[in-house]
Design a protein. Structure first.
Length: 139
């Protein structure tokens, strides 16, 4: 499985990505689980940890763009914001491509690091408006 969802701290949903997308179905499963969160009709926040992701095919950027466009058609946006943890410059570049072509549905806080991070500390920094270490992408 490429994307492992952890709902144990809901409304914070932690998604840890593995190195490779081995089959396109793994990417589709990632999107399906995201859509199911909308069907629950409860507000939530994502923390995406991309630190182990290597170099996915750029075609997934366009699939993600299409998915975000589809999400924007929902009558209510349950996603409140997202934190994306990035350690690979290529992944950061792909994220910029996605968000330049299609703005996110909620504010994205992009956090670049080379070491393991405390997810709760990142959430606290955002809640306390300590945003110096984040790149912020607005919807």
């Amino acid at each position: 499985m490429w994307a492992n969802y952890d709902y144990s701290q809901f409304p914070v949903v932690y998604v840890k990505f593995n190195q490779y997308i081995e089959k396109e179905q793994e990417f589709n499963d990632f999107l399906t689980k995201w859509t199911l969160l909308y069907q629950n009709k409860k507000e939530f926040t994502f923390i995406f940890d991309t630190c182990d992701v290597s170099a996915p095919n750029i075609s997934y950027c366009f699939k993600m763009r299409k998915f975000i466009k589809k999400l924007k058609q929902f009558p209510k946006q349950y996603l409140q914001n997202s934190i994306i943890i990035v350690s690979n410059p290529y992944i950061k570049y792909l994220l910029y491509i996605i968000f330049n072509v299609q703005k996110p549905v909620a504010t994205v806080y992009l956090y670049t690091t080379k070491s393991k991070v405390n997810h709760n500390l990142l959430l606290q920094n955002i809640e306390n408006n300590k945003l110096n270490d984040f790149t912020i992408i607005k919807p």
